[in-house]
Design a binder for this molecule. Structure first.
Ligand SMILES: [Zn+2]
Ligand SMILES: [Zn+2]
Length: 346
């Protein structure tokens, strides 16, 4: 998931708007690199300074944020509001520390709690999660590794209570720079992007990223007998929702600005089609397979260290194959299995 690193800067009206600044801070996670926070500078007679996403809770990220703000002639104390694109630790982890110093508000989508709960699950949620790993055929050793990895992420996560919960379509009043909230579930249930109509700018969080396709994390249902939400299908619907916006520039949470979001969406759709075909071919050569077995074939290296992203990819694509009638699905000895029926169209 490595992206190219970017610098601290204030954009120009020619690029997008001089109201927008960018501060990258290190995530500290191998392969993830920096996370971009964006600033919306106040209009002349206003003192509202908005920060979109915070970076992780770590001393390195804190220093990078303070230094970036200084380069842009601001201070943490000046921040009046944090807007979150979603509740992952690289976007939300440092919120409390910023709030402590500035007393700022925090606005986020109303599904934020689902992502927070995933990071800090109460015992009954953890039990349910383990049940689903079993259902997907995941070895215990890989579950232990994934939980240890999450415990590492959790150390960089110090959330604050949201001040206001956003709904899809909600307008955020900012003098001279109103934003529209667009709910874009897929990567996670609380993901939103922000649209600025006059300057034709999208702040895309992890929904649109240059060079890499965002992982659509497999969700855990609220109970054992509830259907699992289909994250990749939700993501595709979100892409279709965002595609028509006439964006001049899209500012992602990782990497350089995206100049043509429609081209990017096209390339995402192509790579989904390619992966559907690959999984279909793997199933065609085998008999019944569980998601973990498919994952080991499709990602011969990544499955060992990245069980959750790998399972998410497999389940997301199998949902689409199942929905189109290209695979049969059956639970055998408490583990879900898929079997080839026909090849999806290219
Ligand atoms: Zn994320
Ligand atoms: Zn991120």
């Amino acid at each position: 998931m490595a992206t190219e690193e970017v610098d601290v800067r204030r954009f120009s009206d020619r690029e997008s708007s001089a109201r927008v600044g960018r501060i990258p801070t290190p995530s500290g996670f191998p392969g993830l690199g920096d996370i971009n926070s964006y600033l919306i500078f106040p209009e002349h007679d206003s003192d509202e300074l908005i920060l979109i996403d915070t970076g992780v809770r770590s001393d390195e990220a804190w220093l990078a944020l303070c230094d970036g703000l200084k380069q842009l002639d601001c201070r943490v104390e000046d921040i009046t509001k944090i807007l979150l694109t979603h509740g992952h630790t690289d976007h939300y982890g440092q919120a409390y520390r910023i709030h402590e110093l500035s007393g700022c508000e925090l606005w986020a989508h109303e599904n934020l709690w689902i992502t927070v709960e995933r990071m800090q699950p109460p015992p009954e949620r953890l039990e349910l999660e383990l049940h689903f790993y079993e259902l997907w055929g995941v070895d215990q050793e890989l579950v232990d590794k994934a939980l240890a990895r999450r415990a590492g992420f959790a150390k960089t996560f110090q959330p604050m209570e949201p001040t206001h919960l956003l709904k899809d379509g909600e307008k955020i009043k900012i003098p001279g720079f109103d934003l529209e909230t667009i709910h874009t579930p897929g990567h996670c249930p609380d993901e939103v992007i922000y649209w600025q109509a006059e300057t034709q700018v999208i702040f895309s969080g992890d929904h649109l990223l240059p060079h890499i396709t965002p992982v659509c994390l497999a969700q855990i249902p609220r109970s054992k007998d509830q259907p699992r939400p289909c994250s990749l299908m939700e993501y595709q619907a979100s892409l279709s929702k965002v595609e028509p916006y006439p964006a001049r520039v899209t500012y992602p949470s990782h990497g350089e600005p995206i100049l043509d979001h429609r081209e990017l969406i096209k390339s995402y759709n192509l790579s989904t089609d390619r992966r559907l075909l690959k999984i279909s071919r793997i199933l065609e050569k085998n008999d019944w397979m569980n998601p973990m077995e498919i994952g080991k074939e499709l990602f011969p290296k990544a499955w060992q260290e990245q069980m959750v992203p790998v399972m998410s990819e497999i389940l997301g694509h199998c949902d689409i194959l199942e929905d189109g009638g290209y695979v049969a699905v059956e639970e055998r000895d408490g583990v879900i299995h898929y079997r080839f029926l026909s090849t999806p169209p290219p």
